[in-house]
Ligand binder design. Structure first.
Ligand code: DQA
Length: 147
């Protein structure tokens, strides 16, 4: 199994960015955590982070026919991007949406997610752990026993 983990804008600033909300661990720490989990599970994992909407669309398109699952935290594009939603629909790769913070407990504008319209699951407010839960969901999904 091959999973692609996509992180959107400002997630490269983890550790610096609003630590009261996102914690003090870095993007590199996050990738190492997910990498360790995937190694244990025998899953191949690739990482992509970008601050640019079109680059994220390009990376999703590149995953067509190659990745078995996508874990995506689209950052602020969660709430605005029809283009990322359409790219995920276009490739039809099972996708789990992750938010480090609980977006439902924050500003009104964070409550709406375009990606939720296509995601097999949305995990919010579980910190970095949410990404590991997303890997488990995709693993189970590929065996045919998830949502
Ligand atoms: C986020 C929540 C978004 O509202 C925000 O724009 C982010 C991060 C999260 O992981 O909690 O950049 O997706």
């Amino acid at each position: 199994m091959n999973i692609l983990v996509i992180n959107g804008p400002n997630l490269n600033m983890l550790g610096i960015r609003e630590p009261g909300i996102y914690g003090s661990d870095t993007y590199e720490d996050l990738c190492a955590l997910i990498h360790g989990k995937c190694e244990d599970e025998g899953i191949d994992v690739e990482f992509f982070q970008s601050n640019h909407e079109g680059d994220i669309v390009d990376r999703i398109q590149e995953a067509y026919g190659k990745s078995d699952g996508i874990v995506i935290n689209p950052g602020a594009y969660t709430h605005t991007s029809v283009a990322i939603l359409d790219a995920l629909k276009a490739v039809s790769i099972p996708t789990v949406e992750v938010h480090i913070s609980d977006v439902d407990e924050r500003e009104e504008f964070r409550k709406w997610s375009y990606v939720s319209l296509v995601a097999v699951q949305t995990i919010k407010g579980h910190g970095f752990q949410g990404y590991l839960e997303a890997v488990d969901t995709l693993k189970n999904y590929s065996k045919g026993d998830a949502k």
